[in-house]
Write a protein that binds this ligand. Structure first.
Ligand SMILES: NC(=O)c1ccc[n+]([C@@H]2O[C@H](COP(=O)([O-])OP(=O)(O)OC[C@H]3O[C@@H](n4cnc5c(N)ncnc54)[C@H](O)[C@@H]3O)[C@@H](O)[C@H]2O)c1
Length: 420
């Protein structure tokens, strides 16, 4: 089987998750790794698991001539500089077929559009990595319910949620570096999977036209004095001055351009979820049929009593963002596959080897960024945003949310500084 040799930029949490996924992917090799930190450890994993040479390179320019495609797994604030290095490497003669980027494509529409332009400039095929669309439960419900969709009509309502107790690295908590709070970080997932699940079978991912969006952003836990202090001590961010939302919910309305039918996707995302660990929840209602996915419902449960808990090494081996190491615990034994990382890598490799964009291109990622920005606009203005209004579309091109600017205190506390 022909394989795509990828070079990975960034060797943190998600790069490691992808390499776990690639142990289950047959058409991809990891030929290079470059990162400010963590490249050697990731390279060792790649070699131990026979995923490719996993050669560590000092920078993108040195790696590019030895790989077929580059995967951008650096933090959100380093996207554009990384992509500029890739474009420069192509100009210097690197024969790249494509480029992969993790979510979100940009912190705002200007950044996301710049990435699309850079990929065009270097004539590279693109893959926007939105893993939840590739989740086997999402794909399986579509296949299973295809006859119902054909006879009864497509889904009319989806509800999607991604929730956990908060991200692992300090930069995620800093709205100026990450792009916002949980709406930017995880709202992009829930908006994307909701849109996708509503899309009639056989239609492309951007078939349904976004009509309007309403949203609310709140700081429910991490703005309280005790938790604010914890963030300052452990993450170095001051939520008294530059807070980000730890909860968001909203509704996007879409129109079917062929039938005129309106359908709705609700999203809910939080960094203040006080349960076992990461939970992805999706459900969908069609006329007379439905589906539901809950990743905390595992076929494997374990029990660890108080005394035995002393021996627990790492709770996160059971479940991403796990918050407990004793009692009755859910274990997901193949999270890389469950969350869709396996299938999105396979899709990107197949597409680039065939000389085309992946199922989700960067142009699609740009539309998701735009919906996320429109969500912030709706929350700031306390208005439903009309996405069919050309004036709004023009405004979204340069819109930078107050929270992303580090000016979210008044919006989230209702006063310039918290009163408690
Ligand atoms: N699909 C998902 O569910 C999911 C999950 C986690 C993260 N992500 C996304 O993946 C990206 C990376 O997140 P992460 O959790 O792995 O972050 P991380 O902080 O754990 O790792 C970032 C890595 O990039 C390196 N790095 C930072 N700046 C760099 C630069 N300028 N050049 C080269 N390397 C650089 C760091 O040294 C580190 O190796 C983010 O955009 C995030 O939104 C997606």
């Amino acid at each position: 089987m022909e394989t795509l040799k990828i070079g990975i930029v960034g060797a943190g949490f998600v790069a490691n998750f992808h390499c776990k996924a690639i142990t289950q992917v047959r058409n991809m090799e990891v030929a290079g790794v470059t990162a400010l930190q963590g490249a050697e450890a990731l390279s060792a994993f790649v070699k131990e698991n026979g995923l490719g040479t996993g050669t560590v390179y000092p920078d993108v320019g040195a790696m590019a001539p030895h790989v077929d495609a580059i995967a951008i797994y650096v933090p959100n604030f380093a996207r554009i500089e990384t992509m500029e290095q890739i474009v420069e490497a192509v100009k210097q003669g690197a024969q790249l077929k494509g480029v992969i980027c993790e979510k979100p494509l940009g912190r705002n529409v200007m950044e996301a559009r710049r990435l699309v332009e850079l990929a065009d400039e270097a004539n590279l095929r693109t893959a926007y990595f939105e893993n939840q669309i590739f989740m086997k439960p999402i794909q399986a419900q579509l296949a299973q319910l295809a006859p119902q969709q054909a006879t009864m009509g497509p889904l009319v309502l989806t509800r999607s949620a991604e929730e956990h107790a908060g991200p692992h690295e300090p930069w995620f908590w800093d709205p100026t570096r990450q792009g916002g709070g949980v709406l930017c970080d995880m709202g992009c997932h829930s908006i994307a999977v909701g849109w996708y699940a509503l899309t009639p079978l056989g239609k492309p991912p951007m078939f349904l036209e976004p009509v309007s969006i309403s949203a609310d952003c709140a700081l429910l836990k991490w703005g309280l004095p005790k938790w604010r202090q914890k963030l300052l001590d452990e993450r170095g961010v001051d939520y008294t001055k530059t807070p980000a939302e730890d909860f968001t919910t909203g509704m996007v309305t879409y129109r079917n351009p062929e039938t005129g039918q309106l359908v709705k996707a609700q999203f809910t995302d939080s960094w203040m979820f006080e349960k076992q660990g990461l939970r992805l929840f999706m459900d969908g209602m069609g006329p007379g049929y439905a589906f539901e996915v809950n990743t905390l419902a595992s076929s494997l449960q374990i029990f660890i009593g108080d005394e035995a808990a002393e021996a627990t090494a790492d709770a996160e081996t059971a479940l991403e963002k796990s918050t407990a190491s004793r009692g009755l615990l859910a274990v997901q034994h193949n999270e890389a596959d469950l969350y869709g990382y396996t299938d999105e890598n396979e899709d990107a490799a197949r597409a680039f080897l065939a000389g085309r964009d992946a199922m989700l291109s960067w142009r699609y990622g740009l539309e998701i960024t735009k919906l996320v920005m429109a969500g912030y606009m709706a929350a700031e203005r306390k208005q439903t945003i009309d996405l069919t209004d050309p004036a709004i579309q023009t405004e979204l091109e340069t819109f930078v949310p107050l929270i992303q600017q580090g000016k979210g205190a008044e919006m989230l506390y209702g006063t310039p500084e918290p009163v408690h």
